[in-house]
Design a protein around this ligand. Structure first.
Ligand code: GDP
Ligand code: MG
Length: 415
């Protein structure tokens, strides 16, 4: 299956590696895979970004990690995204693409539409609302292939980042199977029910009843094949400002950004998580020996509040650092401080039962009584102290990961 030559909207499609334009013949002999216009390498974390985040975390500088995340998001914000529009012929796929692009079907750059089958090969279209996104108008199911399996192979479904399944008038078994196939590929898809204007003009129900029944009809069919819930939009391509069309645009905007950022930010999280875990292991080893008492920041090894502060500072989840991070992410400080468990030792001892046991009155009384038997006392006190410190350390480590997840999520949304 080759991409159509009928679309000239997305110029990179017709460029060869040297940047020169391919002749139609040359292009026709090029595989579909090789002409997908974007370099997926931009969707991974660069070595420099990983190094920067690693160093920042080792220094407990979460603000710098937040900057690294935002830089990554900025870099990948132009990564190409391929969206396939698929369905059955005549459902209104090409008309939907024109509506999404905000152009009429009579315009020269529009996707050809009509009652006869107009789309025989995949055709690509750019869209000014979504820079660096290619909308692929696929031939309808059954137009070219014998079976859905053939269709999926011929259309090279694995090349797309997101699918829009267009349906109208009825939601067929073909639509459901298509949805199931895409779901099994681990890809995201939307169901777009179009020609709503036609449904509304012929129905005997109120608009509200009609919308509800269409939605239920789609959901029932999807559930028959146990397809998970996916976004459903009820639209008319002739009224791109009404019904679910604005919501569809907004959802697309978020998902396109998510597609671009997901891989690199996941990489960044794993890189950071490893540093956090290594740092925790190192501190645990210190705690296991007596040397932790000599750690300058922990002057009094018994002072758990002091110990908590020292670990918070070491991982960059102290109040001041969280405030700075929140500010960098354009959020209220509270949004960041409220998600951490380790606000103060008293609060911590209430929510963490392990720490509660280690710091409760019974434990204190026990340690007090032990102090009358000095030969016993010292090793047991040391052991309890170590357990307390380890527990606090692990809570701070978990908090650091929680804050990190939020930083990555917020930076992805801001992108
Ligand atoms: N009333 C109405 N007609 C539509 C709508 N979308 C598409 N059509 C019509 O449906 C027919 C098939 O549309 P087309 O986009 O070519 O379908 P495709 O084969 O799925 O690409 C055309 O006559 C379109 O004008 C819509 O939202 N409302
Ligand atoms: Mg078409």
């Amino acid at each position: 299956m080759q991409p159509s030559q009928e679309s000239c909207e997305v110029t990179p499609l017709l460029m060869d590696m040297a940047g020169s334009y391919l002749t139609p013949q040359a292009s026709l002999s090029t595989s579909f895979t090789s002409v997908l216009p974007y370099n997926k390498d931009s969707g991974i974390l660069s070595e420099a970004e990983a190094m920067k985040a690693q160093k920042a975390l080792a220094d407990g500088n979460l603000l710098e990690v937040a900057s690294a995340a935002m830089e990554t998001v900025r870099r990948v914000s132009t990564t190409g995204v391929n969206i396939a529009v698929t369905g059955e012929s005549g459902n209104g796929m090409s008309t939907f693409i024109n509506a999404l692009r905000g152009i009429g079907h009579e315009e020269e750059a529009s996707a050809p539409t009509g009652v006869v089958r107009t789309t025989q090969t995949p055709a690509s279209y750019s869209c000014s609302h979504f820079p660096n996104v290619v909308l692929w108008d696929l031939p309808g199911m059954g137009a070219t292939s014998q079976s859905l399996k053939d269709y999926v192979v011929e259309m090279e479904f694995n090349q797309y980042d997101l699918f829009i399944i267009v349906a109208s008038e009825h939601f067929s078994m073909n639509h459901v199977t298509l949805a199931k196939t895409i779901e099994e590929m681990g890809k995201k898809f939307y169901i777009v029910w179009t020609k709503l204007d036609m449904d509304l003009s012929t129905t005997i129900f109120t608009e509200e009843q009609l919308l509800k029944s269409i939605r239920e009809h789609i959901l029932e069919n999807l559930q028959m094949m146990l397809v998970c819930k996916s976004p459903i939009f009820l639209i008319s391509s002739f009224e791109p400002l009404r019904h679910d069309f604005p919501k569809l645009r907004a959802t697309l905007q978020v998902d396109i950004s998510d597609i671009r950022c997901h891989g690199p930010l996941q990489d960044l999280f794993h890189t950071c998580e490893k540093i956090i875990n290594d740092k925790a292991t190192c501190l645990q080893e210190k705690i296991a020996t007596d040397s932790f008492q000599n750690t300058p920041a922990i002057r009094d090894a018994d002072g758990l509040a002091e110990c908590l502060k020292a670990y918070q500072f070491s991982f960059g989840v102290n109040d001041k650092s969280l405030q700075q991070v929140a500010q960098r992410m354009g959020k209220e400080s509270l949004e960041y401080t409220a998600i951490t468990m380790s606000q103060d030792v008293q609060a911590l001892s209430r929510v963490d039962w392990k720490l509660m046991c280690l710091t409760c009155r019974v434990m204190k009384a026990f340690l007090f009584l032990l102090s009358y038997i000095p030969s016993f006392s010292s090793p047991i006190v040391q052991c309890v102290r170590r357990m307390q410190h380890k527990r606090i350390l692990m809570i701070v480590v978990e908090d650091t990961k929680t804050v990190l997840r939020k930083v990555l999520k917020d930076s992805s949304i801001s992108g």
